[in-house]
Design a protein around this ligand. Structure first.
Ligand code: PMP
Length: 326
């Protein structure tokens, strides 16, 4: 039996599971990286640890210091658990549109939670700008700045990409995921391309995000909307700069939900909607590359975080989505 020295050592080295339904539907092998297996139950634990350790190495964070961040929730949960394990405070700013489960989890972890109304990035009230202001006004605080702090994507170049490469024995034809900050997408893309230029890197963009049009036509433009939390970007963040992008898909929420439902019903995996966008993208990529290919994607967080939204029939109907398999 192996033991693990501390909580922080539980971050990363997540399992990679073959997704039976998506693989059978395409004649490919589609694998999901189980990021819900991190201690904070999302992919963002990796970025949180990397950002905090980078700040420590730069001498920006001293014992008893405060970490401030604007987040859809998962980065906040990652930062709060890393902060607790290392003896820092956290102040987390979140748009009030995000799930109650994420807010309750943050409060349970002891983070100071500030909620703001959803506002466009151009507004000074946007959660990212609010968090930067709070950091500037709080003595001994750092602003994690996950969108433009490339310690975020570094965690995926040195961690996630290396793990996927090793877990797939260096036999991988394609990778896809969606973008929130772009840390996962750009980091895994760069890491895999460094191993093998031939790995096809595909963006899976939800409706309401501007990156599909940017990579397809060179113009940041969005159409429609999505209820997926944690993804949907309207600008080229520092984490996205220089990301390799071979192809791109725009995925509707209903298409993502259909895969979330199938994985729950037939494989016992309870996932959030961004994972559904990623699996739908992996299926599209498999169909583009043809049978026999090996494709990886990210299962970003646990569905237990969305029991009051995605898994609530009343909420789902109000959003115009249908559970076809119920
Ligand atoms: N899915 C969920 C549920 C998330 O919270 C996030 C992070 N915002 C992502 C996907 C996207 O990850 P990244 O920030 O690395 O682009």
């Amino acid at each position: 039996m192996h033991t693990t020295p501390d909580t922080l050592a539980l971050i990363g080295n997540t399992p990679l599971v073959r997704l039976k339904g998506p693989s059978e539907a395409t004649g490919c092998d589609i694998f999901g990286k189980c990021e819900f297996a991190n201690p904070g139950a999302s992919v963002k634990d990796r970025a949180a640890l990397s950002i905090v350790e980078d700040a420590e190495e730069r001498g920006l964070l001293s014992p008893g210091g405060t970490i401030v961040e604007g987040t859809a929730g998962n980065t906040g949960i990652g930062l709060a658990l890393v902060a607790n394990a290392k003896g820092y405070r956290t102040i987390i700013v979140m748009p009030d549109t995000q799930s109650k489960e994420k807010m309750d989890t943050l409060r349970a972890l002891g983070a100071e939670l500030v909620t703001v109304p959803a506002a466009p990035y151009s507004s000074p009230c946007h959660f990212v700008h609010t968090s930067r202001r709070i950091a500037e006004e709080t003595p001994g605080a750092i602003w994690a700045n996950q969108f433009d702090n490339i310690a975020n994507r570094r965690a995926h170049i040195t961690g996630t990409a290396e793990e996927i490469w090793a877990q797939m024995d260096g036999r991988i034809d394609g990778f896809t995921c969606a973008v929130g900050t772009g840390g996962t997408f750009a980091g895994v893309g760069l890491g895999l391309k460094a191993k093998d230029e031939g790995v096809c890197i595909a963006l899976s963009d939800p409706h309401g995000a501007a990156l599909y049009d940017y990579y397809a036509h060179g113009e940041l433009r969005s159409e429609g909307s999505s209820v997926a939390e944690g993804i949907g970007q309207g600008r080229i963040t520092a984490n996205l700069e220089g990301a390799p992008v071979d192809t791109q898909f725009r995925i509707a929420d209903q298409e993502a939900l259909d895969w979330v439902d199938l994985l729950l019903r037939e494989e016992g995996l309870c996932l959030g909607l961004s994972s559904g966008i990623n699996v739908a993208g992996a299926v599209r990529l498999a169909r583009e590359l043809g049978p026999g290919k090996r494709i990886a994607t990210i299962l970003c967080d646990t569905g237990f975080r969305y029991l009051s939204t995605l898994y609530d029939p009343v909420w789902l109907t109000a959003k115009g989505l249908v559970r076809r398999t119920a």
